[in-house]
Design a protein around this ligand. Structure first.
Ligand SMILES: [Zn+2]
Length: 700
């Protein structure tokens, strides 16, 4: 999956409502990269439009030539710096995997697993030949299931990654981060978000029509006669719409107090009567006891209103429709490991229609991603040995420390925060754990077997293995050293329950980090990313967790009010940007949904600049000295904006704005620049010019 523009806040919520958007590509004969991907230069002079006025539109100045120089390849929904590096990293993974795909007695057990997984996935003639055989036993079960057997079957399907009806998983308890507990959540939707079922624009209706047509084709591929398939598909949309109406929006789910609903298992059971949850729990391999927030048998329910509505919808829907629904969910989950006709159709809806990508990803990318997702810490171990020099870890850790010191100073100078809250904020800051590159201990895959001739089963077994590993944590102590991203990932995250910031080796590469470039450029690129993740600990969600990772209110009421006034400024600013479309189909950036990310972008850039100035002073660097015609301070801001140079398809932008807490890339550049206290000086901009407005927003 292309990890575009994801500097995430891993709120560690269940991803149960996520559709299988990333499992939708197919077989092409390209066994190896045909394009040689190269990293962007750390300081990209070719993207700068020197004719543009940096004080009027800084994005146009820093990134004005990017789109012309980076036409979107047919097999991508867009291109930006994350995509450029993602392609480089994936090419490197594919090189590693091709080597180990050849059978050899010299392979270590992990090398055998990653190599055979890749070889099986690449064997598209075998996938065609096997046809539906690998899922036939499950299709048979679905064909004969009765309503009384749905709970058990849902457990079996969820264990291998099928999005059946709702979500179930393991979760650090928001209010006691030392506990790992069970959690249930809304889920079961095939479209990306509940609003896709409820919005009323022409484009929305068109997408729903396309979704129904897509489901009908998939069901026909699995043996239904076309008229029956169309009838079932329409009924599936009706069923999912009932689930959507009982689901919370992505925006509403940012209020963590509102979604944190501890329940005893008995109370949860009562809410889904007459369905018995026990066969589900057994089938998904949940532990026999579920010690949780309310005692020995309890859990967190992220949306209690969803479950009675789910039961009512199941009651109101005939069993043929429910069987068709599960059949469709099974097919879409495993589409990349099924014959071309199914894989192509799945791609056509989720990637071509929803994201505008004309052509499927090449097979080597699909299979490299599949191994990364199934065996990420086995593949990642080889990746870091080959592509992450020891010095990079040390140097980026020093930058992290610089930026943490900058935040310490920043807290001292904030005029809106009282001493009492300041003390608590500092406690939290000083408790942040820094994780750089890769885990200190690697996951053990010895109990997972991988076959060179079972592509679909490999994916199912790896998903079940990971499911069991996750559920096995319930009731056990937290492993603070665990990572939530694999080492080659081009991304970073803050986890509020762990209170840690995490930077995988995959993003500590050019253009984001280059040991050979100047301090200004590295602080503008990866320094702003580091500041971004650190600021997540203090955004609208993160601020509600304390230094121990517990959801608790450590703010004085006056300071909380000040904070909300400050962030309200950002909600208005970003909410005024129109991302795509016109009239009724216009989609604006959702200022509330993107608030956490925008707060992190703005605060992160302030901190990175403070850290850069302090570092320059310490090392005797003259920030007015020009390189390539730009001063150090200018290079810092240009490097930051160039993190967000992009060329995107409108469908991709639309999908992002409706579902993603991140603003589209180019708004992330100017949206933060207009609020930077150091920017006007660096470019000698007049007060009142578009990039230096009289009113600006400042939280951190
Ligand atoms: Zn973020």
């Amino acid at each position: 999956m292309p990890a575009r523009t994801r500097l995430v806040l891993a709120a560690a919520l269940l991803a149960a409502s996520m559709p299988s958007l990333c499992r939708s590509q197919t077989a092409t004969p390209d066994a190896a990269p045909q394009t040689q991907y190269v990293p962007s230069p750390a300081f990209d002079l070719s993207s700068i439009d020197a004719k543009a006025d940096p004080c009027s539109d800084f994005y146009k100045f820093a990134c004005g030539n990017f789109a012309a120089n980076h036409p979107i390849p047919a097999d991508q929904s867009g291109v930006d710096q994350f995509y450029v590096l993602y392609n480089v990293n994936t090419q490197e993974l594919s090189g590693i995997l091709q080597k180990f795909a050849a059978p050899s007695p010299d392979r270590t057990p992990n090398e055998q697993k990653i190599g055979d997984f890749y070889a099986a996935c690449m064997n598209t003639p075998l996938i065609e030949k096997q046809n539906l055989a690998p899922i036939q036993p499950l299709l048979d079960k679905i064909d004969s299931v009765r309503k009384s057997g749905l709970a058990e079957l849902a457990g079996e399907l969820q264990r291998i990654g099928v999005n059946a009806f709702f979500g179930f998983g393991e979760q650090q308890d928001f209010k006691d981060s030392t506990k790992q507990v069970a959690a249930v959540d809304q889920g079961g939707l095939g479209l990306p978000e509940r609003d896709y079922y409820t919005r009323t624009g022409d484009k929305d209706k068109q997408i729903r029509d396309q979704y129904v047509a897509h489901i009908a084709k998939m069901l026909a591929f699995a043996g239904e006669l076309p008229p029956q398939a169309t009838h079932d598909a329409q009924n599936i949309l009706t069923f999912e719409t009932a689930l959507a109406n009982a689901s919370m929006t992505v925006t509403a789910r940012r209020d963590l107090e509102a979604i944190y609903r501890p329940q005893t298992v008995a109370a949860f059971q009562a809410s889904i009567a007459p369905v018995d949850i026990a066969p589900f729990l057994e089938a998904i391999h949940a532990p026999a006891a579920l010690p949780g927030p309310l005692g020995p048998d309890s859990l967190i329910n992220f949306n209690p209103a969803f479950f009675p509505a789910l039961i009512a919808a199941i009651h109101a829907t005939d069993i043929e429709t429910l069987r068709a629904y599960l059949r469709y969910q099974l097919l879409t989950t495993f589409a990349t490991q099924l014959p071309k006709r199914i894989n192509d159709e799945n791609f056509d809806f989720y990637r071509r229609k929803l994201q505008g990508q004309p052509k499927q990803d090449p097979r080597w990318k699909i299979c490299s991603n599949a191994v990364d997702s199934a065996l990420g810490e086995a593949l990642g171990q080889v990746y870091v040995q080959q592509y992450f020099p020891a010095g990079s870890k040390e140097k980026t850790l020093a930058m992290v420390h610089d930026i943490e010191s900058a935040m310490d100073h920043d807290l001292d100078t904030l005029d809106w925060m009282s001493p009492a809250t300041r003390i608590k904020a500092k406690e939290k800051l000083h408790a942040v754990a820094d994780k750089i590159g890769y885990p200190d201990h690697w996951r053990d895959y010895s109990k997972l077997s991988v076959s060179p001739t079972e592509p679909l089963e490999n994916v199912a077994h790896a998903t079940a293995f990971e499911n069991d590993r996750e559920l096995n944590k319930i009731g056990k102590p937290v492993d603070k050293l665990e990572w939530g991203m694999t080492p080659p990932t081009v991304n970073a995250y803050y986890n509020p329950s762990m209170n840690d910031i995490n930077f995988p080796a995959g993003i500590l590469q050019p253009s984001f980090y280059d040991p050979a470039t100047d301090v200004a450029v590295n602080y503008g690129h990866i320094g702003a990313v580091i500041g971004h993740e650190l600021t997540h600990g203090f955004d609208d969600e993160g601020r509600k967790f304390d230094g121990l990772g517990n959801l608790t209110d450590w703010w004085t009421p006056a300071d909380a009010k000040n904070f909300e006034a400050k962030t309200g400024c950002l909600v208005n600013e970003y909410g005024s940007f129109t991302a795509v479309g016109e009239g009724k189909d216009a989609v604006k950036v959702n200022g509330q949904l993107t608030l956490g990310e925008n707060t992190a972008d703005n605060g992160g850039l302030v901190l990175a600049y403070m850290a850069y100035l302090a570092r320059a002073k310490k090392d005797g660097i003259d920030i007015t000295k020009k390189t390539d015609g730009y001063t150090g301070a200018q290079r810092f801001y240009i490097a930051f904006a160039q993190n967000w140079c992009e060329n995107s398809r409108p469908e991709q932008v639309r999908n992002q704005v409706l579902t993603d807490p991140h603003s589209p890339d180019h708004f992330r550049a100017n949206g933060a620049i207009v609020n930077q206290p150091g920017f006007a000086d660096a470019f000698s901009c007049k007060q009142g010019s578009p990039m230096v407005p009289a009113q600006s927003c400042r939280v951190w």
